[in-house]
Design a protein around this ligand. Structure first.
Ligand code: HEC
Length: 107
């Protein structure tokens, strides 16, 4: 197991399986699921700590815009992790985002 490994056997519904595929293609270069948060890339428990509602979607589609709206949580992680990276996955559909979220909820 490397840090980047994730556990495919967790995904069981069609949505989770699709979410897992998208996550492994688009997100797993940076994000690790099986670790608690230290440098912003560990995502275990992520859905419990991020704001509810459409926060996840807005952040993944365009984190710059979200910060510009003075969203406190995105400003906080920006400050905590001091990374220059911005999320800008404009091409993802609502269903793509929902599937990734359903997969992340497993962690
Ligand atoms: C090039 C590296 C990189 C890629 C690719 C990436 N992220 Fe991130 N992500 C980060 C960094 C760095 C942070 C820490 C906060 C920040 O700097 O914006 C972060 C933070 C997050 C957070 C908040 C985590 C928390 O613990 O609060 C979520 C949710 C997230 N990313 C989702 C995604 C999703 C979903 C994808 C794929 C569609 C993705 N990221 C792709 C680097 C990346």
């Amino acid at each position: 197991m490397t840090d980047k490994d994730y556990n495919p056997s967790l995904a069981t519904t069609d949505s989770q399986i699709r979410g897992q595929e998208l996550f492994s293609k688009l997100c797993s270069d940076c994000h690790r699921l099986n670790k608690d948060q230290k440098d912003g890339n560990e995502m275990r428990g992520v859905c419990d700590r991020i704001p509810k509602g459409d926060w996840f979607k807005r952040f993944v589609l365009n984190s710059v815009n979200l910060k510009k709206s003075d969203d406190p949580y995105s400003l906080k992680i920006d400050h905590d992790f001091q990374s220059d990276y911005e999320h800008n996955f404009k091409k993802l559909s609502d269903k793509d985002i929902e599937d990734i979220y359903n997969y992340l909820r497993l962690w």
